[in-house]
Design a protein around this ligand. Sequence first.
Ligand code: EPU
Length: 337
Amino acid sequence: MQENFSLKPYNTFGVEAKARYFTEINTIDELKEALIFSKARSLQLLFLGGGSNILLTKDFDGLAIRLNLKGISEESINENEVLVTAKAGENWHEFVMYCLQKNFGGLENLSLIPGNVGTSPMQNIGAYGTEIKDIFVSCKVLDLENLELTTFNLEQCRFGYRDSIFKQEGKGRYVILEVTFKLTKKDHSIKTEYGAIKSELENLGIKTPTIQDISKAVINIRQSKLPDPKEIGNAGSFFKNPTIPLIQFEDLKQKFENIQGYPNGDMVKVPAGWLIEQCGWKGKQIGNVASHKLQSLVIINATGNATGKEIFDFSTEIINSVKEKFGIELEREVNII
Ligand code: EPU
């Protein structure tokens, strides 16, 4: 147990914030011990995975617990399917690469997403035509109300776009300890619908892609426009893509003929990056914070010296200007602490 501990290395924005107490746990027993410690002192809890989806806006007056549970196991179902279980502290991308080396298909479109396996169900991580709900089977969690272990299946997780029960009524109640995915061993379903994947495969001269080729294409696309958190502090997309009623979209289309939208029933999903760019934010810097020059949905710690509060205020300015120009209220995807 450490006191007054800097969380700077544990959040991908790289902002300074101190936790009153900090501990790293490697086993469920260690986790339970940490919980007893916090209960005895009535401390608030903050669980840290890869730190890739949080913005620390102030010091944390409680116990921050970094989940370092490691291990990957497999169980064959039949000739074509395998269940793969990874513990929460496994790095997401290394887990994807491990599966690709074994030629297990299903995770390739999710290559190079920062963060750990344990946080992937929280916001149903997704990219390039796949979300984890597509291959998710279950996750084992510790219920903080009674310290019992329980399992959530696909339906119980109530996955939505960047959403799950763990962000809604289960918020703060469950600690995800491991996640099980169902992957394919040979009859892989290759997902190339996402426009950028198609053109990247063409660039690479690949006509019949393998799952490894898809991963390569996704890595190339991400590296070409998303900043590497190891070099520039960021947490990926800062906002969700908003979904608006078709009527509102058609109205906007009259005024802004280039507006893009992906219809879904009587709603339309609009790319937040486009809205933000149209408000003049792309590449714009205020003090230590900027909107990334190649993807305006990503807010960066441009100088490395930004505070969480500065980043938060910058995001509020973006929300206000998008609201004023388009009448659309952007919602933050990143968890604000
Ligand atoms: N766009 C702009 N200007 C910008 C950025 C984007 O006009 O500055 C336009 C693009 O031209 C494109 C559209 O917006 O037509 C969508 O852009 P992109 O393909 O880059 O995807 P996105 O909707 O901005 C989402 C996810 C990403 C994920 C990509 C690929 C959300 C909030 N973000 O971004 O996820 O990698 O799709 O599937 O849904 C993350 O969550 O951290 C993340 C990076």
